[in-house]
Design a protein around this ligand. Structure first.
Ligand code: SF4
Length: 347
């Protein structure tokens, strides 16, 4: 999808300054801390980060599935212009559907695949009886399950891992969604099956006009499957750009480190670089750069000033990085002051 096409359309899903906090007995965990991004119809967008970065909580927030003691404390999730945080999810249940990582957990072992698809069809499309069975068979064919008329009566354990994930996608499609959230959809699968599932999701995007949101730690999946990408760290989006731009010209030191740690990007025999340390648990609203303890480019101000998203002007398409090194065409102190004044304006 071209940038020009996107600017003329309204986003299908718009997440604005989303804040999801878990109030535990010991502390508050700011798991999602001011995340914003858009998804347009028929587009594939990635949310990438390490484990504990807040990407899965962002996905659950979008679906209205945040478990206690978590709450969406602030921000908007606009779907087709309705703010789900204010209005609730009831009017749009099924419009945003999810494919979880492990199909063997997502499927109920005591019901046939057909039963599970028919249940979703009954809730979301008011179909029952022979019509629901016929639609279930059609959906299994759509997701590439051969001999669908027979397999619709099979139990999950009778299917291979790849076929199970296809069945999970069929159940998600039975909700008749406009947006499919894919939470690590290929992590539990072996490499050849991973590629087949990504191809299937891409076909669905092209043929059915589905918008896809990939939640993943895997930069390989991002490169293969998305048009645009948001890099998330400790609850904040630290860089977003078109996928092509992000891979060619990453600006944030965290993105640069993630890209260096992709297998196949190092010379043969060279050890794969890893990012030392772990993602911190954000227990306070951010007043500094949360990546500073792990950042090879950190300087004094990084522990005192919160980096705000800065437009990377050298790139023609939308590209922002939240790092005190930018804008890099002005003296460092001036750049830091720009971030400070943006933080003050936001208060
Ligand atoms: S703000 Fe400082 S610590 Fe944070 S990513 Fe940029 S250089 Fe590194």
């Amino acid at each position: 999808m071209s940038e020009t096409q996107r600017v003329t359309d309204a986003p299908l899903l718009s997440v604005r300054d989303l804040r999801t906090v878990f109030h535990t007995e010991r502390e508050d965990i700011h798991a999602v801390d001011g995340v914003s991004f858009d998804i347009y119809e028929g587009e594939s967008v990635g949310l990438v980060g390490e484990s504990g970065s807040g990407k899965s909580v962002t996905a659950r927030s979008i679906l209205g599935l945040v478990d206690e003691p978590g709450h969406i404390e602030d921000g908007e999730i606009q779907f087709r212009g309705d703010n789900l945080v204010e209005d609730g999810w009831d009017a749009h249940r099924g419009d945003i559907s999810i494919v979880f990582q492990d199909p063997s957990n997502a499927l109920n072992p005591v019901y046939t695949v057909g039963n599970q698809i028919r249940e979703a069809l009954s809730i979301h499309q008011d179909l029952s009886g022979a019509a629901a069975r016929e639609e279930a068979v059609d959906l299994l064919e759509t997701v590439g399950i051969p001999d669908a008329d027979r397999r619709v009566e099979e139990y999950p354990h009778e299917l291979s891992g790849g076929m199970q994930q296809r069945a999970v996608i069929a159940i998600a499609l039975a909700c008749d969604p406009d947006v499919l959230v894919c939470d690590e959809p290929t992590t539990a699968l072996d490499v050849t099956i991973q590629a087949q599932i990504l191809d299937l999701l891409d076909d669905l995007r092209r043929e059915e006009g589905l918008a896809l949101l990939f939640i993943t730690h895997d930069m390989g999946v991002i490169e293969e499957a998305t048009d645009r990408v948001n890099v998330i760290y400790a609850g904040e989006v630290v860089e977003h750009a078109s996928t092509e731009t992000l891979f060619e010209n990453p600006k944030h030191p965290y993105t640069q480190a993630l890209l260096k740690s992709i297998p196949g990007r190092t010379d043969p025999g060279q050890e794969l670089p890893t990012i030392p340390g772990e993602v911190p648990t954000p227990t306070e609203p951010a007043t500094d750069c949360r990546f500073a303890p792990r950042c090879p480019k950190a300087f004094d101000a990084c522990t005192q000033v919160h980096p705000e998203p800065i437009d990377i002007e050298e790139t023609e398409t939308e590209h922002e990085a939240a790092c005190l090194l930018y804008p890099d065409d002005r003296p460092r102190q001036e750049a830091v002051e720009l971030h400070q004044s943006k933080t003050e304006d936001d208060r």
